[in-house]
Design a protein around this ligand. Structure first.
Ligand code: MN3
Length: 200
């Protein structure tokens, strides 16, 4: 079995003007595809792993043979993280429901959460991701991961994520990461985040 690139579920221009169509096209069709291809390559000759769900593999890297572990961590992480990222993007969805209640409880208010998440994203050096996760105690937490590392590997359940690799914003924003982080708040699919929270 091989893993296949998941569909975006919307058009390249669906997130304009916040995330431009060209960026989405290259990010999904080229970058994500490459992670998918390299993930498949890294698992060649390991039918026992190829049978597993990609998320299971990322959550159980200790069960991956050491010889291929770093490649699986990088490319499998890239494959899984991007699949998750596309799903939490949608333009102009207002936050409401249980997730709004829980965020307000955990961070004081939604505005305070936005501030902390943005600070975390802007404080990340190099390439990586900023996440809202549920930790083992069932509490909401903001975490950064480097490269293509996933919170699944440290027993945290992702609810929301922002890709902070330059390829995710460079065409439109160049070095202006803060503008990209600011624009992100207009394209969060809070209905999906709420659903993920309730399932967690
Ligand atoms: Mn990316």
């Amino acid at each position: 079995m091989t893993y296949t690139l998941p569909d975006l579920g919307y058009g390249y221009n669906a997130l304009e003007p916040y995330i431009d169509a060209k960026t989405i096209e290259i990010h999904h069709d080229k970058h994500h595809q490459t992670y998918c291809d390299n993930f498949n390559k890294s698992l060649e000759g390991h039918p026992e792993l190829q049978k597993k769900d990609a998320k299971w593999i990322i959550a159980n890297l200790d069960k991956v043979p050491e010889a291929i572990r770093m490649r699986v961590r990088n490319h499998g992480g890239g494959f899984v993280n991007h699949g998750f990222f596309w799903k939490i993007l949608k333009k102009n969805v207002k936050i409401s429901g249980e997730i709004l209640k829980q965020i307000s409880k955990a961070f004081g208010s939604f505005e305070e959460f936005k501030k902390k998440f943005s600070e975390s994203a802007l404080g990340l050096f190099g390439s990586g991701w900023t996440w809202l996760v549920v930790n083992k105690e069932g509490k909401l937490e903001i975490v950064n991961t480097h490269n293509q590392d996933s919170p699944l590997s440290i027993e945290k359940i992702p609810l929301l994520v922002l890709d902070l690799w330059e390829h995710s914003y460079y065409i439109k924003y160049q070095n202006r990461r803060a503008e990209y982080v600011g624009a992100f708040w207009n394209v969060i699919n809070w209905e999906q985040v709420d659903e993920l929270y309730r399932k967690s």
